[in-house]
Design a protein around this ligand. Structure first.
Ligand code: PMT
Length: 221
């Protein structure tokens, strides 16, 4: 019997949203449920990989055999990912990381006053780009792209700009794709190729994505 395709490989996955706190009771978040990233972690484990999953605030059970690190904010997710990074063969960024976070988190609950309110947001660090440029860069760095238009152009732009090996794009403007639900479809791009993964359960889509990741690892060997 042949060993599973990712036996001996170490895969690091990020999943879920980040919550950026405004005060002790309010935050800026997004609609990511973590289902896609958790399915990717489970699929990698089933292919024999040793898997670490850095998870934002989600209500999901840890896939069997997966090591999980829970975080809340983008800055904490970055710290956890970079701390876990050394000796990984693959990084897959499936998390929906906040691009902007409040400049400060208020220690007390913000009081209602006035007819409008301004909150200053500042750019967060790009975890995926930092992983791709890191001294401990995994052999394969895989991004996700959540797009609502011009899927291929925007995804390929992220592939080049962030220094990735693969990017898995989902059209989040379509019902039953991307955020929250149980199903998705992906168009995966790399420099010289493309593969479309048909619409179906996130578990099946993740299995096909991980087969492609195993192909690309073998192609690079
Ligand atoms: O969690 P689910 O409900 O199952 O939904 C799945 C999903 C839609 C969240 C997932 O399939 C997905 O598309 N994840 C990426 C969402 C996203 O934030 O895409 P983006 O195009 O804004 O970011 C591009 C890439 O950069 C992503 O790999 C993201 O993790 C990464 N990024 C972005 C900003 C940042 N500060 N750091 C990052 O690492």
């Amino acid at each position: 019997l042949a060993p599973p395709r990712l036996a001996g490989r170490r895969v690091l996955v990020s999943a879920g949203p980040t919550f950026e706190d405004i005060d002790p009771v309010r935050f800026i978040g997004n609609r990511s449920s973590g289902k896609m990233g958790f399915a990717v972690a489970a699929a990698a484990r089933r292919l024999g990989a040793e898997v670490t999953l850095v998870a934002g605030p989600v209500a999901l059970d840890t896939p069997a055999g997966v090591r999980r690190v829970d975080v809340r904010r983008a800055a904490q997710m970055r710290e956890a990912v970079l701390a876990a990074l050394p000796d990984h063969d693959v990084y897959i960024g499936a998390a929906a990381v906040a691009d902007y976070a409040p400049a400060e988190t208020l220690p007390q609950k913000l009081k209602k006053a006035g007819e409008s309110l301004q909150i200053t947001l500042v750019r967060t660090a790009d975890i995926l780009a930092d992983v791709a440029a890191h001294a401990a860069r995994p052999r394969l760095v895989v991004g996700f792209a959540a797009e609502t238009q011009d899927l291929e152009a925007y995804a390929r732009d992220k592939l080049h700009r962030k220094g990735l090996d693969l990017i898995a794009a989902n059209d989040v403007s379509r019902a039953g794709h991307g955020f929250e639900g149980d199903d998705n479809a992906l168009s995966v791009f790399w420099r010289e190729g493309r593969r479309d993964i048909a619409h179906g359960p996130k578990t099946a889509v993740a299995r096909e994505l991980m087969d492609l990741v195993a192909d690309r690892l073998e192609a690079e060997a």
